[in-house]
Design a protein around this ligand. Structure first.
Ligand code: SF4
Length: 493
């Protein structure tokens, strides 16, 4: 081990291109992998053409995501033909799900690593460099016989990745993801996650709190607790069961952390104690990501989601009663097997009734080896999926504007994250001498507690601070505002 790591450490001037092609879990994995590689002497680059190591952190949730990986691998193959010493790796869910396909279709891939083995990335890389043979690490343990609250040992090695966490290479520590759970036990019929990320395993609460403390010491003010079904978190400790609401309380005690969010919640497992924690713990934000997937009970049954539309609505009503001002987001799949026009109308009605802040919507594509792929026909024509997708989009567009407009005139707390995108562009244009000044250059951006994006004018000295902004205008995606009390106002903390 020592020799291998030393060998890689000697490659001080090497460049790594790491592209994240998936969800928040992938983003966190990428950050941790990049941290490992930086410790081994690699420097990140944005240009895969100049990289010594190209890693694609992949997603298998939709066919489109996998197609993108093969397309990128095609581009990388052309570079590798000119520079055969370049190392190419596929990591993440697709490496786990389709490792045989990747080896067949992309023989230039040197390294394959599933999401449960990412702590081995340094060893795999050393193996490729030593032997010039392909190195592979995949998680084959799919045992679900162990009770959920005792499935801990098997992922101790993976946890070391989270625990050895350092500041991300881009230096942005203000907001951080913290994994509290891996895998999923639900087996929704359309989903590959239980196959790619394995059974649900919760991390020991003490490890999570340690990691949050470490982040707070580095300057993190907001943490987002991550799990595929985060609210199902369960850990046995000294004869007592630690549930997700207990975990929220423990994280809440960490000094320096001012905001806590969590994603993604599974509606069927959502218990009142979590809503009580959201109501009673001031650092827990009034925001809930609660994927409904469909508004039709027939579709939900075929998806094997173990709740009905009525139960989902009841949960949302309760959340709104217990956590006033809560803002909601959701995921929907259109065109799932057997979805009729009536089912589709039920989904539109549910969205209209709930009035989400935002939703993510996807056209169903069947994923190999899932239950839906085996037994449920992908029988909704593509043009129908497209039309239904557009209808959801149009509806949500209107609801997002209404949600944002209702906030005009209100004062909101914003964690200032940095210059807005237009401000960054404007600053570059000024630096390049293309324009003398730009009134957009002083635009800052940040999120409210309800996860709305706010843009307002202010000095860079506010970055990393909490300020009060009065909302003056709204678009479907953002709120515009001004610092409450005018320019020069003191930050609230
Ligand atoms: S709850 Fe269902 S959709 Fe979500 S990750 Fe688990 S299996 Fe996939």
């Amino acid at each position: 081990m020592f020799c291998r790591l030393t060998r890689v450490t000697h490659s001080m001037s090497k460049r790594v291109y790491l592209e994240t092609m998936g969800c928040q879990m992938n983003k966190l994995d990428s950050e941790l992998v990049l941290g490992q590689l930086c410790r081994l002497g690699y420097a990140p680059t944005d240009d895969f053409r100049r990289a010594d190591l190209v890693l694609l952190n992949t997603c298998s949730v939709r066919q489109h995501a996998e197609d993108k990986v093969y397309s990128r691998l095609g581009e990388v193959a052309r570079i590798k033909r000119e520079r055969p010493e370049m190392v190419v790796g596929v990591i993440g869910c697709m490496a786990e799900r389709d490792h045989q396909g990747i080896q067949r279709k992309a023989p230039h891939v040197d390294l394959l690593c599933g999401p449960g083995n990412l702590n081995q990335i340094g060893d795999l890389l050393a193996e490729v460099l030593d032997t010039r043979q392909r190195a592979i690490a995949l998680e084959h343990d799919r045992s679900r016989r162990t009770p959920k609250d005792r499935r801990t040992l098997e992922h101790d090695s993976i946890e070391s990745l989270d625990l050895s966490r350092t500041a991300p290479p881009d230096g942005n520590v203000l907001q951080a993801y913290v994994r509290v759970q891996r895998g999923c036990d639900k087996f929704c019929t359309y989903c590959v996650v239980p196959y790619t990320r394995g059974p649900e395993r919760s991390r020991p609460p003490a490890n999570i709190v340690d990691e949050v403390r470490k982040l707070a010491d580095m300057g993190t003010r907001e943490v987002t607790l991550l799990g595929q079904t985060v609210n199902s978190y369960l850990y046995a400790e000294n004869g007592r069961t630690v549930r997700f609401a207990d975990l929220l309380e423990r994280v809440h005690e960490v000094g320096g952390i001012e905001r806590i969010r969590f994603v993604t919640s599974y509606p069927g497992d959502f218990t009142d104690d979590i809503l009580q924690a959201m109501r009673d713990l001031p650092k827990v934000c009034e925001y809930l990501s609660l994927p409904a997937q469909s508004g039709s009970n027939a579709v939900l049954r075929r998806m094997r989601r173990d709740y009905t539309a009525e139960q989902y609505l009841e949960l949302v009503d309760k959340a709104r009663r217990m956590v006033p001002g809560i803002s909601l987001s959701s995921d929907f799949i259109v065109g799932f097997s057997g979805e009729t026009e009536e089912d589709h109308q039920a989904t539109l009605a549910l969205i209209e009734r709930i009035r989400y802040k935002n939703i993510f919507m996807f056209k169903y594509s069947n994923r190999p080896n899932t239950k839906a792929d085996r037994v449920l026909p992908d029988d909704v024509p593509y043009r129908v999926k497209q039309r239904r997708h557009s209808e959801l989009m149009a509806l949500q567009h209107r609801l997002s504007i209404e949600h944002h407009r209702a906030m005009i005139g209100r004062r909101v707390e914003v964690l200032v994250e940095g210059p807005s995108k237009p401000a960054l562009k404007a600053r570059q244009a000024v630096e390049a001498g293309k324009v003398k000044t730009s009134r957009r250059a002083d635009q800052l951006t940040g999120h409210t507690r309800g996860d709305e994006i706010v843009v307002f004018a202010g000095p860079d000295s506010l970055i990393g601070r909490f300020v009060t902004v009065e909302v003056t205008d709204a678009s479907p995606l953002t709120l515009q505002g001004m610092l409450a009390g005018g320019p020069g106002v003191s930050p609230i903390r």
